[in-house]
Design a protein around this ligand. Structure first.
Ligand SMILES: Cc1cc2nc3c(=O)[nH]c(=O)nc-3n(C[C@H](O)[C@H](O)[C@H](O)COP(=O)(O)O)c2cc1C
Length: 220
């Protein structure tokens, strides 16, 4: 699948058919998180893949799925044949940035932005796009909507579960009210040269398609 198609087709799907996900495909989708960039190559992400029905049901209970269903939504969490719980360790970033090649005279950097959350987002997007690429659908339930999964899944204290990716073969779902917000107009979000700047005129000889395939890293 073309990257642009995967990007365009991706949407949060909140209902699934009961058909299981092939184990090799599931591993490939979950492992996509490991291909995401990370600050200082810290690689502070980890995933827990859950397919066992009783464990998925417990996750759904922790998400208050009963209340969703009572409000007319599908039981999309327990129904999804696979869950990928994405975790990140802030501590791993502090350890990395105290290493000789990163630490400055004043010690660890001031963290103007907490890069562990940046990297978690990059890992999440990699998983979501890998799901579309595999012909599957995925949804995401943020940690605000879940109980603490640490105990349920034996996640070590230094890792924070950021949410659950639900994965499976799509079924018709009820539209989220969040989509009523629509997409923000491009000119409010995309600025050129400076905030509020217009795009420069395109010189006639400028190629319009990228040609960077030759620098893609070999697949491992
Ligand atoms: C950090 C984060 C947390 C989210 N939490 C939830 C959630 O708890 N429940 C839910 O139904 N969707 C959740 N979503 C999905 C968003 O509602 C969805 O991405 C947004 O409405 C845009 O829709 P689309 O992804 O289908 O384009 C979350 C998305 C992100 C990135």
């Amino acid at each position: 699948m073309e990257f642009s198609d995967a990007l365009r087709r991706r949407r949060m799907v909140r209902n699934y058919r009961p058909r299981p996900v092939d184990p090799d495909t599931l591993e490939r989708v979950a492992a996509a998180a490991l291909r995401a960039p990370s600050a200082g190559n810290t690689q502070g992400l980890a995933v827990v893949v859950v397919t066992e029905p009783e464990q998925r049901r417990r996750i759904a209970v922790s998400a208050g799925e009963e209340d969703y269903v009572a409000a007319g939504f599908d039981p999309w969490i327990s129904r999804a044949p696979a869950h990928i719980v994405l975790c990140v360790s802030e501590e791993a970033y502090h350890r990395r940035y105290r290493m000789d090649d990163k630490v400055g005279v004043d010690g660890e950097i001031e963290w103007p932005v907490p890069y562990w959350w940046v990297d978690a987002g990059a890992g999440l997007m990699a998983i979501l796009l890998a799901a579309v690429d595999a012909g599957l659908a995925a949804g995401f339930l943020g940690s605000h909507a879940l109980g603490d999964l640490r105990l349920l899944l034996g996640i070590p204290a230094e890792h924070t579960p950021i949410g659950v990716v639900t994965l499976g073969h799509p079924a018709p779902d009820r539209r989220s009210s969040s989509l009523d917000l629509g997409r923000r107009p491009r000119d409010q979000v995309l600025h050129w040269g400076r905030w509020g700047g217009e795009p420069p005129p395109l010189p006639p000889e400028t190629p319009t398609a990228g040609g960077c395939n030759e620098i893609a890293a070999p697949d491992t």
